[in-house]
Design a protein around this ligand. Sequence first.
Ligand code: NI
Length: 254
Amino acid sequence: MTVAEIAVVESIANALLAEFETQALITRRFLERIPEDRLTWKPHEKSMTAGQLGYHIAFVPGGVIRIVKNSPVQAPEFANFPQPASREEILKTFDESVAAVRDLLPQFDDAAMHETWRLVAGEKVVLAQPRAAFIRDVMLSHWYQHRGQLSVYLRLLNVPVPPVGDRAQTSRALYSEGANSVKIAEARRAFPIHAPFQASGRWLFPRKSHLRSWFRSRSIGELFYVPLCLATAALIAGSATGLAESQPWLQARF
Ligand code: NI
């Protein structure tokens, strides 16, 4: 089955989960870098503190997936941004969030995803949209917006901002968590055939870790393709340099 075919037959929940899994790995690296001693720092008086922002990012996926279970639901207190006491508290909340998404998201079939989900305040409907659209908007798009916000906080605090496109690490982590067809498709999409060179920024000698991830995310067919390319290059080089005349093994037989 090709990647395109997998995408076509994939349920809405699985497609959202595959994206979430990839992005959760990246997001955790951002949260891990929030300095423990700057949790109450904020860039502007109207801004959240670094701790509040980290906690919000950690809580959002689990909070969203729990709230969409039933419909209608009473609107929670949106302006409630708890101040965590430690980075550990943020990471623990984040891991609980990820576990909740993995557990609850696959329980929604496509019919449930198309159902109109309603948020109410008393009798008044404040939001009504397909369940999938709410998950997409608030669990993912809104989450990315806050991760971008956190990257500015980290920059202002002189903390190196983690890369969001470290494909080698993403691919490696997907594999270490056990491969299934969705994860393999994701890893291969995230880590194309030229990636070790591109990711390393070194076109002749890519980093070992990038090569390893590349190797793990290849199909058997692609693994045959590389020696075939090398052999073809040797044949062309052999005939171009005249080496083929003295080395019969370099003579192409078509
Ligand atoms: Ni928010």
